[in-house]
Design a protein around this ligand. Structure first.
Ligand SMILES: Cc1ncc(COP(=O)(O)O)c(C=O)c1O
Length: 428
């Protein structure tokens, strides 16, 4: 892990006009053509992050699989990139499953998660021939076995286990601790495994854990690996079967601020390998944020400002918690620049506010920026993950459009919502 000042800031891409570029395209031109707020994704960065993860994992575990966590950002275009890059896919709902299958993703490479899958969602998964279902609890175990019994299938499953590890991250994105809504407790794991082995329609293929998100301290993964090996041994003893697949989840952290540390897939895989030097094991990892987070920025237009002398200057943009709820949810921190002068010296500390009717609708509480005027375009970095996918219509704000840029060529992949869209589900 190293401080990564240079990755996010020092190498800001700027063109001869002095404007910030993203994916090779001028961000002012993108804002003009597609409007704001606008999600912009650098497709080359997504592809190279998919490749670097696969390469890192395959070096140590030739039968390893990188599974993209679709919850970070999912749409047809993203699904196609993930397929082209040879990654598998983690879905967590009937909706994500539907979009994946309708986008042509190979269902055998889909891993279906969720702590409260409905019978309808499980039936969908069986009908679509989903490769692996990650069984989260006893209720699901019984329901899935019974539903699979109505088909001719032996459904491959993993068991999700809460290994009792507290990852070093925000409490709302810790998931591996004992007091968690996800997964079987460690104590129950061997019993649940035995129940699967004794079931008529389920095939136990492996075990899974996901300890949390935005993790920079790799010690958490070392501990997760060691603990999961013990749990695997306990299960093997209880059932008499050998488990060759171990899914260690996602969670590798990214840079939101220039001083945030950098963790690489190589470092993650090395930590796993140091604790598990068996290259025959089929290790699975499920990065979401790492693949898409830093590849995305959001462009906003600056509108009103309010200066409270000696207290704070609010500068409002045309989006907010509707397109990025992470600040309100997790106290997330972001970095931003003015798109037409990304390298200019800051002159003032300001707070970037959204336009929703909530005092907590803030995007950045404190940032030093050059002189700002109404109409300027603000680019907020590292918004690729959990922004588009968590967007809402609060205050009936239409959700932004999303553009993928490859080699300087922008492509509209999700159109902006219209006011008419806001009425499409009203039936009376
Ligand atoms: C089961 C599971 N796998 C993978 C991920 C992806 O995590 P991240 O985007 O932090 O890599 C999550 C995120 O919540 C998850 O719940």
């Amino acid at each position: 892990m190293k401080a990564g000042k240079d990755e996010l800031l020092a190498n800001l891409p700027v063109n001869s006009a002095g404007n910030l570029t993203w994916g090779g395209a001028d961000t002012l031109a993108l804002a003009k053509e597609f409007g704001t707020p606008l999600y912009v994704v650098d497709q080359n960065m997504v592809e190279s992050r998919c490749k670097s993860f696969r390469t890192a994992l395959k070096k140590r575990y030739p039968d390893g699989e990188v599974i993209y966590a679709g919850k970070a950002l999912f749409c047809r275009a993203m699904c196609q990139i993930i397929a082209e890059q040879g990654l598998s896919l983690d879905v967590v709902s009937g909706g994500e499953l539907y979009v994946a299958v309708k986008s042509g993703f190979n269902p055998q490479k889909i891993y279906f998660h969720g702590n409260n899958k409905s019978s309808h969602e499980l039936e969908m998964a069986l009908e679509y021939n989903v490769g692996t279902i990650i069984v989260d609890n006893w209720h699901e175990l019984e329901m899935l076995n019974s539903l699979a019994g109505k088909t001719t299938k032996m459904q491959r499953v993993y068991l999700r286990i809460a290994p009792g590890i507290e990852a070093h991250t925000h409490v709302h994105i810790q998931t591996g601790q004992e007091d968690s809504k996800f997964g079987f407790t460690r104590e129950d794991a061997p019993k649940a495994a035995l129940a699967v082995v004794n079931s008529s329609n389920l095939l136990l293929a492996g075990i899974h854990c996901h300890i949390g998100s935005q993790i920079h301290n790799l010690d958490s993964y070392a501990l997760a690996t060691k603990t999961m090996i013990k749990i695997k041994e306990e299960i093997e003893q209880a059932t008499g079967i050998h488990l060759s697949e171990l899914d260690l989840g996602g969670g590798i952290g990214i840079q939101y601020l220039p001083d945030d540390p950098l963790v690489t897939p190589d470092e993650l895989v090395e930590i796993i390998y140091q604790n598990l030097p068996d290259s025959k094991l089929k290790i699975r990892v499920e990065p979401g944020r790492y693949i898409i987070g830093q590849a995305g920025i959001t462009l906003y237009t600056i509108g009103s400002s309010k200066e409270i002398p000696g207290i704070r200057t609010y500068v409002a943009v045309d989006g907010g918690m509707t397109d990025n709820p992470r600040v309100a949810l997790y106290d997330a921190k972001y970095h931003a620049v003015l798109a037409d002068k990304p390298l200019a010296q800051p002159t003032k500390r300001v707070s970037i506010a959204g336009k929703c009717c909530e005092s907590g609708d803030m995007l950045i509480w404190d940032i030093d920026l050059p002189k700002i005027e109404s109409g300027d375009i603000l680019a907020i970095f590292s918004t690729g993950a959990y922004n588009y996918s968590m967007a809402s219509n609060y205050n009936l704000l239409p959700r932004p459009a999303m553009v993928f840029v490859k080699d300087g060529e922008p492509r509209l992949v999700v159109r902006r919502e219209t006011y008419q869209d806001l009425l499409t589900r009203d039936v009376k």
